[in-house]
Structure formats: structure tokens, C-alpha cells
Design a protein around this ligand. Structure first.
Ligand code: SAH
Length: 581
């Protein structure tokens, strides 16, 4: 919950704006500010004060306890010009909140945490639990000292600055100096010199398979899991999930154990588990739930290395054990984000796309698209750019990098899934990588917003490029759209070597629509040199259309109204204003 506190009328208005933007996330604290701050500090994960920073510093000073537990505090000035991340920048989420608040209020976010300021990701913002000397290693990173990265587990990390070095795998380097270790093992001091800063990042690499008899107490289940991890020298903070058989999905001891460990309880069918080869099958689960192994099989379903074979709980009262568990380290999964950059304008690039670009350590894309977002990339991002026509190679490269355990962003203009890179990439991709799709504003939508409301009823996009599609197929689709009276947006309408396709397609549509049917032509939508015009099927001169253009042809109901292209939503709705929106 985000507590909102204000003292003045202007502050109260701004607080109300946030409250109505985020009704579920915010609570407005009324009354004397000192008292309000105190209550909010105790009750909220984050606090936004519409007060001067000086006042807030004095109010919260006696309440501050620990950077790991204190709420993140953001201050907004009386004029609503700045949202200042005051304390709890990383752990309290105040830096991110300052940016969000600024967005709602149209203010400037002010973030002073050193690592954010220079574009280096804070070690506690990498999305992994972090232990150790975060301040010490962050300082070393910023000071340009050499920091060793020990990736015991390959994990798709965001880019790290160039002073982070991976020792050669065979080099018996003397250990020393500041280090970042990515591991699920509990580390002792093993050779790490005291006084050298070290942080440990905990990737979610461990799966614990669990079996339980009906009514197994949660403490027995938890005790078993904790001792299995402890005896194997594994950190519970690397636990990704508990896994079991479908029949145990509602077993209270398992459900509660997962909740307390803060991980999901994932279940698999008995058939799926029975097909997994395990070292220690037995007859009891076969009779009870139809698979010779629950714990080991559930842990091993996704592959990986069995670190702790099946073991049973121990009961102080000497009665039979009610729970079993096994621990598996799952194979590292790379990350492939397929990111649409939108039609060109920076403010039509979604915040999610921006975040994925900064999350990636490898960026793959067409050189002209890379230029569009180069300034957003974190220092250290490896850029693999190529020229027009190398689609398949780009797709293969992106997938290969992800399979090596990297965090990869594959970019495309508009939406990366529309006549773009998503399909060739996913046709290559195996199920051993995670794929994240980020939608983008595709050219048809960017153009429609400029033209008016041409897509108000059923519409279709057709690419006129016959490079990869035979013309007969394209023509059949144009004909179908013509007969079905569907609004059509043509992508790739015309290039220097391809000039007869557009007139031909328009002629097919003209066979079913009036010559006066509105046609919108939009070139370089949302870009500085963008242009558009509204014409008709009869009047459109195809020679004015090129590859930077989309052409949207209305249906038989589309009209030009006040200079805008409008396709009615339908007759029934217009006759019946109470109908569905
Ligand atoms: N993935 C892209 C489309 C790639 S196909 C998207 O979703 O928008 C390339 C074609 O898209 C171009 O020939 C042109 O017809 C169209 N296009 C892309 N960006 C455009 C823009 N800003 N303005 C007009 N048309 C655009």
C-alpha cells in the first residue's frame, strides 16, 4: 500500500490525483501531518509526501530503522514539479515510485542513488535476492575497480559495466578483490579474503519435489524441505517452486508450506510423473496416486540435476513419515524478449518495451531500429545489428544467444509480431528458453489514430509484399476482404521494384465498393517527417505511395466526416443507444 500525506490545498489536490489514478494501491492519510506520517510509516510499504523535503526529513528521521524494512519515501513539491526519491531508493522501491508518480503528475522524477544515476543497474534491482556487501560492491562498480563475476549458475543477467570481468573458466586465478557470485550454494568464506566486498545473487534455480500423505502437517513438510536444503548446502532463497502431483494440489500441508516459503506449488499429472525416470521409485505412491515417484519425478519433470534424492521426514513420535522431498537444480533458462518499438515516436514506445531493452544484455535487430533506441540501452549491452534482409540470421542469432543463458532483446518496429521478427524467432526457439513478448503500436493503429477512426468495425491487414508470399495467395485474400466488406490496411504497399501490386489490389476492392470510398494514406506515422492524406478509391494515385506508407481502404459504410475517416461501429448500435458500447 502507498500512503499519501499532504498539508496544503495544492498538496491535497495532487494527492487526490494519485489516489484516483491508483485506487487499489493508495490510502490517503488525513489529520495532523506528524501523526499521519507516523501511521503511514507503520502501515505502508511506500509513502508519498506532498511536502518539502526538509519537512519530510525531520518528520521521518525518528522513524527510520533499517534500509531493508523502512518504507520507500517520495516527496512531491508544492508546485507538483518534482517527485523526489528521498529514502529507500532500491529496497523500498522509492526510485521506481518516483518515476511512476512523476508520470501521473507530469512531474520530473529526481533519483540520486548513484548506481541509477550512471545507468548501472543497482545490484538489488536485478530481480534476484541479494546478500552480502551490496554497498561495497556497488561502490567498486562505480569507482571502475575490477569486479569479478562468478557465474556458478548461468543466469540471464542484465548488462553489467565493463569493469565486471568473468575469469576464464580454466584460470586458477587467485581469488580476491570485489566479487559478484551467482549461486544457489551457501558460501562459506572459502578462500574469499576477509575485507573484500562480495555479493551473492540467488537465482531461482532449485525445484523441490514433495510428496505428502493426507493430512501431513505443514511443520513436518517444512522441516523436511529445510533440512534437505541445509544438508546439501543449498540456499532456500534460490527456491523457485515446490512441485507435486495433481492429486495433492489442495493438500493443506503442501499449500501452506509453499505459501510460507513464498513460492508457487506447481502440480503435474500422475501420467506425466510416471514417465519421468527416477533413481528411487516405490510401490506406495503407485498404489495411492498412480505414479511410482512423486517427489523425485515432480522435481525432475523439467530436467536438471538431482542434488538431493528422495528423503523422508523424521517424526519425533516415531510414527511413519508423512512427507518426502527431492531437490533438483533446473537447467539455466535464457530469456528472449521480442520487443515492438512502436511506429517511431519515442512516446509511443511502451514503458514495458523500455524496461525490456534495459533488462537485456544482448540486443539483436536491424541497424536502423537499433539507432532508434540506442540511447536507452544500459552501458555494456552487446549490440548485434545487421542490415535489411538478414531476418533469418537475426532470428537464429537471438535464439542462440538466449540458449547460451543470455538475456536477449530482439527488436522490431511497430509490433514485433506483425510482419516482423517474432515468427522467425519463435519458429527457431526450443522450449528451454523463456520468451517474453512485448506488444508495440503497429503501423495500422498509428495510422488509424492519425486518420480518425477508420478501424471502427471489422478490419484486416494485408501485406502486398510478394517476396515471401506468392501473389495468388495475396490476391485471394484481397478478394475475400473485398467480398466480405472489411476495412483493409495494406502494409508494404509499394516499392521501387514492386509497383503493380497496389493498383491491382485497389482494383479488386473497387469491384465491391463505390469509387468515393475513403482511402487514408499515411507515411512515416508518428515520425518527424510524417505526412498523411485522405482521398478516395477513384482518386488515389499509387505513385504517391512508397514503402514507408500504409494505405487504409474503408468499407462501404466508411465516411469522411469533418476531414476525418470514420467507419461506423454498426447500424444496430446507432439505432439503439442503450446497446452495448
Ligand atoms: N512490424 C511493423 C510492420 C513491418 S512491415 C509494424 O507492426 O508496424 C513494414 C511496413 O510497415 C512498411 O512497408 C509500411 O507499410 C509499414 N510501416 C511501418 N512503420 C510505419 C510508419 N511509421 N508509418 C507508416 N507505415 C509504416
Amino acid at each position: 500500500m502507498i500512503g499519501l500525506i499532504s498539508a496544503t490545498a495544492a498538496g491535497a489536490v495532487a494527492a487526490q490525483r494519485l489516489a484516483s489514478a491508483w485506487p487499489e494501491r493508495t490510502r490517503v492519510y488525513e489529520g495532523p501531518v506528524r501523526d499521519a506520517v507516523e501511521r503511514a510509516f507503520g502501515e505502508c510499504e511506500q509513502v508519498v509526501c506532498f511536502l518539502a523535503t526538509g519537512a519530510v526529513v525531520r518528520l521521518i528521521a525518528p522513524l527510520l530503522a533499517d534500509k531493508g524494512t523502512d518504507p520507500g519515501v517520495v516527496c512531491v513539491d508544492e508546485g507538483g514539479r518534482f517527485a523526489v526519491s528521498l529514502v529507500g531508493g532500491h529496497a523500498g522501491g522509492a526510485n521506481a515510485l518516483a518515476v511512476e508518480v512523476a508520470e501521473v503528475l507530469g512531474a520530473e522524477p529526481v533519483v540520486t542513488t548513484a548506481t541509477d544515476a550512471v545507468g548501472v543497474p543497482g545490484l538489488d534491482t536485478l530481480g534476484l535476492p541479494v546478500e552480502g556487501d551490496v554497498a561495497g560492491v556497488s561502490r567498486a562498480l562505480l569507482d571502475g575497480e575490477s569486479v569479478e563475476l562468478d557465474l556458478e549458475i548461468a543466469w540471464p543477467l542484465p548488462p553489467l559495466p565493463s569493469n565486471v570481468r568473468r575469469p576464464a573458466p580454466d584460470a586458477q586465478a587467485e581469488r580476491g578483490g570485489p566479487a559478484i557470485v551467482v549461486t544457489d550454494r551457501v558460501l562459506d568464506a572459502d578462500g574469499h579474503p576477509a575485507g573484500d566486498a562480495r555479493v551473492v545473487l540467488r537465482p531461482p534455480s532449485l525445484v523441490v519435489g514433495v510428496g505428502a500423505s493426507k493430512g501431513a502437517p505443514v511443520d513436518e513438510v517444512l522441516g523436511l524441505i529445510e533440512s534437505a536444503l541445509r544438508d546439501a548446502g543449498l540456499s532456500p532463497r534460490s527456491l523457485a517452486e515446490l512441485a507435486t502431483v495433481d492429486a495433492k494440489a489442495d493438500e493443506p500441508g503442501l499449500v501452506e508450506a509453499a505459501t510460507r516459503l513464498g513460492v508457487p506449488l506447481v502440480t503435474h499429472s500422475a501420467e506425466e510423473l510416471a514417465a519421468v525416470e527416477v533413481p528411487n521409485p516405490s510401490d506406495a505412491p503407485l498404489a495411492a496416486v498412480g505414479t511410482p515417484s512423486v517427489a523425485e519425478a515432480a522435481a525432475l519433470v523439467g530436467g536438471g540435476e538431482l542434488l538431493v534424492p528422495k528423503r523422508k521426514s523424521e517424526r519425533a513420535d516415531g510414527r511413519p513419515a508423512m512427507a518426502t522431498c527431492a531437490v533438483v537444480r533446473r537447467p539455466a533458462r535464457g530469456r528472449l524478449a521480442v520487443v515492438g518499438l512502436g511506429p517511431g515516436a519515442r512516446d509511443l514506445l511502451t514503458p514495458r518495451a523500455k524496461a525490456e531493452l534495459r533488462r537485456a544484455s544482448v540486443l539483436v535487430g536491424l541497424d536502423q531500429y537499433v539507432d532508434q533506441i540506442r540511447d536507452l540501452l544500459r552501458p555494456g549491452t552487446r549490440i548485434l545489428e545487421s542490415g535489411l534482409g538478414a531476418e533469418e540470421e537475426r532470428a537464429r542469432t537471438a535464439v542462440a544467444e538466449a540458449r547460451r543463458g543470455q538475456a536477449v532483446a530482439l527488436i522490431g518496429s511497430g509490433d514485433a509480431g506483425v510482419y516482423a521478427m517474432a515468427s522467425p524467432a519463435l519458429a527457431e526457439a526450443s522450449d528451454d528458453i523463456d520468451v517474453i513478448g512485448v506488444p508495440g503500436v503497429t503501423a495500422a493503429l498509428a495510422a488509424a489514430a492519425i486518420l480518425g477512426a477508420p478501424l471502427g468495425h471489422d478490419h484486416v491487414s494485408i501485406s502486398l509484399s510478394d517476396l515471401h508470399t506468392p501473389w495468388e495467395v495475396i490476391e485471394r485474400r484481397v478478394r475475400a476482404a473485398a467480398e466480405a466488406d472489411i476495412v483493409v490496411t495494406f502494409y508494404n504497399p509499394r516499392s521501387r521494384g514492386r509497383d503493380w501490386q497496389l493498383p491491382k489490389a485497389l482494383a479488386i476492392l473497387a469491384g465491391h465498393r463505390e469509387p468515393t470510398t475513403p482511402v487514408g494514406v499515411v507515411r512515416n506515422a508518428s515520425r518527424p517527417d510524417g505526412s498523411h492524406r485522405l482521398t478516395t478509391l477513384a482518386a488515389l494515385d499509387p505513385a504517391t505511395v512508397d514503402m514507408m506508407t500504409v494505405v487504409t481502404v474503408g468499407n462501404t459504410a466508411t465516411r469522411e466526416i469533418a476531414g476525418r475517416m470514420v467507419t461506423p461501429r454498426g447500424y444496430r448500435w446507432q439505432e439503439n443507444p442503450e446497446g452495448a458500447e
